[in-house]
Design a protein around this ligand. Structure first.
Ligand code: SAH
Length: 262
């Protein structure tokens, strides 16, 4: 394709929207070039089914409710059109806003299975991004549960809200604000999922955990990110490291580069 034609196509594909990751603010993974989506619904459905089967085979996806949720939620509906055809690839894709990406497909069982997310739970998501994780959580907790999702970036939150509405997920409580502070109005939570890396688990989130509640977050430790599970038990807080991971940094009061003691 001649250069001018390709750049015109890219301008069209990007639709004038600004994406954090395309401006080079993220490192550690390769962002595919944006392009017009060409895959058909049936192709994407086959990819979704293959991805769910693969995650189950790898032992990451174990619970039936989450398996059904991952089959029910069309991940492509939560991805900006220029990247939609990559919906089922294991790469984080850029989202509208300052510093947001939709996490890789495997991230969801990786975070939600150790949380033990199940029907009727009260769930808090810090860092809504695309809204895909919110939709999965709504499917898992069902009508008796509660899902609250917060994002600090108004542009990203608006993108997530639109995706959720279009996909028919109207029941989540969406909040614009600093998720490090939690959302006391709906506390306590059975499960809290922090989708961005933090220097330490923000204390307000621990305070908002239910009696046997669990929280999962990528926590920075000497330049590495350790996916950490905290469990509220009768003997206090138990901490387990699940895996080494790579996610965007938490912003706000308990974010990277901020000193909460100041
Ligand atoms: N699970 C999401 C991941 C989004 S990336 C998805 O797959 O779509 C992390 C998100 O955290 C970004 O949207 C970013 O804007 C948000 N974020 C960063 N710091 C935050 C904070 N202090 N409070 C709430 N959201 C925050």
């Amino acid at each position: 394709m001649p250069g001018s034609g390709r750049s015109a196509l890219l301008r069209f594909a990007l639709g004038g929207q600004s994406y954090g990751a395309t401006r080079g603010q993220m490192s550690g993974w390769i962002v595919p070039p944006p392009g017009l989506p060409v895959k058909r619904e049936a192709d994407l459905r086959r990819e979704r089914e293959a991805k769910v089967a693969e995650l189950a085979r790898r032992g990451l996806l174990r619970s039936e409710r989450l398996r059904r949720a991952m089959l029910a939620v069309r991940r492509e509906d939560f991805i900006p059109p220029p990247y939609r055809d990559h919906a089922y690839e294991e790469i984080p894709l850029p989202l509208p806003g300052e510093r947001a990406t939709i996490s890789c497909p495997h991230s969801y069982p990786l975070f939600y299975e150790p949380l033990g997310l199940r029907e009727g739970h009260r769930f808090l998501e810090v860092g809504i991004g695309s809204g895909y994780g919110t939709a999965l959580a709504l499917e898992v907790v069902g009508p008796r549960g509660v899902v609250v999702a917060i994002d600090i970036d108004a542009t990203t939150l608006a993108f997530a809200r639109e995706n959720l509405q279009r996909a028919g997920y109207a029941d989540a409580i969406l909040v614009h604000g600093d998720g490090g502070l939690g959302y006391a109005e709906q506390a306590p939570y059975d499960c809290i999922c922090v989708t961005a890396a933090c220097p330490a688990v923000p204390p307000p989130l621990i305070e908002q955990l239910a009696a046997r509640g669990r929280l999962i977050a990528p926590v920075l430790e000497r330049g590495r990110q350790r996916l950490t599970l905290l469990e509220q038990t009768a003997d206090g807080l138990r901490s387990t490291i699940i895996a080494d991971v790579l996610y965007v940094s938490l912003r706000g009061r308990y974010g990277v580069g901020s000193d909460p003691h100041q």
